[in-house]
Ligand binder design. Structure first.
Ligand code: NAP
Length: 334
């Protein structure tokens, strides 16, 4: 038997356990050209909250009654597919479930480089790393000597953005919640400064931390944080809209930044992007990110929590209250 988490209804505001349903079914037999994957790790992403909403987005919503969409790592346990053999470790969008039957489309076999954890393939060597890499280098067009400001800096994408900024010779400033996260950014990851948005006077703290203004603002958070950051733009700055985690649980429409006229003053641009649009360049990102990891210039910051599949709603809620540092992954108990 195998358990999975299905969407029971569209959430209003913060996700609740009752938005999901635990369903038990038989694993089933793979057909010709299929294999059975035992899911070992589930990536927990803020985007999941958006996928639960109806309406136009960059991807189809998860329908009520469907298995909750999730990026996952797993092991092939039975195969009638000529490219996947028993024992292969794979990454794919299998969803929040213990087992999946797959025809291999969109699934990749992985062999982690020496010294790199398996779970890095859900983080720094996966979607998280690609988002930081293309968002900063392609959309943000970071240059040596730039000041890069990143919000959600102690999270999965944020920790990668700040470190890549440093590798590219930029000054990295992070915005994160709480003194411990700010300490980690500076002392462990080499950020030049970190600002605690929970400790008040964010605008004043930003003024102090960015005396030469900001050339690239990589925004993961939106809302007030975005609004304050806009007051610090340097001439020709690039504002990269990666996400807006502070807004995903809103029950009223998201309000735009009131300081947007700073874009005019600074002759700045603000661009959104979706990492999936870079799919044909992922290999380029993997090559650079793996090399930087091997050279010890980039650290994979991971927050792997063991639990069973029922803990998924609570794990997702962690992202919206800052109870994660780096890439949050649910490792399934067996
Ligand atoms: P994450 O940053 O690891 O986790 C979310 C973090 O957001 C929390 O740890 C928390 O940190 C912060 N946060 C939560 N509520 C907040 C609030 N109200 N105000 C300020 N900060 C808040 O998640 P991630 O996976 O790296 O994702 C980061 C962002 O990238 C998200 O917006 C996500 O949607 C986006 N994303 C975009 C793409 C794309 O293609 N555009 C791809 C992947 C991810 P604190 O303790 O600091 O509050």
């Amino acid at each position: 038997m195998s358990r999975r988490i299905q969407l029971a209804g569209r959430p209003v505001g913060e996700v609740k356990e009752s938005d999901f349903e635990l369903v038990e079914t038989e694993v089933g037999e793979p057909g010709d050209g299929e294999f059975v994957c035992e899911v070992t790790h589930i990536s927990i992403d803020p985007a999941m909250r958006g996928w639960m909403n109806a309406g136009r987005s960059y991807i189809e919503p998860v329908e009520v009654g469907d298995v909750m969409r999730a990026l996952t790592l797993g092991r092939v346990v039975d195969s009638r597919h000529d490219k996947f053999a028993e024992g292969d470790i794979v990454v794919g969008t299998f969803g929040v479930r213990e087992h999946a039957i797959s025809d291999g489309k969109g699934v990749n076999k992985i062999t982690p480089p020496e010294g790199v954890s398996l779970t890095a393939h859900l983080g720094i060597l996966g979607m998280t790393g690609f988002t930081a890499y293309f968002g900063l280098l392609d959309v943000g067009r970071v240059q040596e000597g730039d000041t890069v400001l990143v919000s959600g800096a102690a999270g999965a994408v944020g920790t990668a953005v700040g470190q890549i900024a440093k590798i590219k010779g930029a000054r990295a400033v992070g915005i994160a919640g709480g003194p411990e996260k700010c300490r980690m950014l500076v002392e462990e990851l080499g950020f030049d400064a970190a600002v605690d948005y929970k400790s008040g006077d964010l605008r004043g703290q930003l003024r102090q931390a960015t005396p030469d203004h900001v050339d690239v603002f990589f925004d993961n958070v939106g809302g007030e944080v975005l609004d304050h950051a806009l007051t610090r733009l340097a001439r020709g700055a690039r504002v990269v809209i990666c996400g807006a985690v502070s807004q995903y649980n809103n029950t009223t429409p998201v309000s735009g930044p009131s300081n947007y006229m700073m874009l005019l003053v600074a002759r700045a641009t603000m661009s959104g992007f979706v990492v999936f649009d870079y799919a044909d360049r992922y290999a380029e990102a993997i090559a650079d990110l793996s090399r930087w990891l091997a050279e010890g210039r980039l650290h994979s910051v991971e927050d792997t929590v063991r639990g069973d599949i029922e803990s998924f709603p609570e794990m997702l809620a962690r992202l919206f209250s800052g109870r994660n540092t780096g890439k949050l992954v649910l490792e399934l108990d067996r």
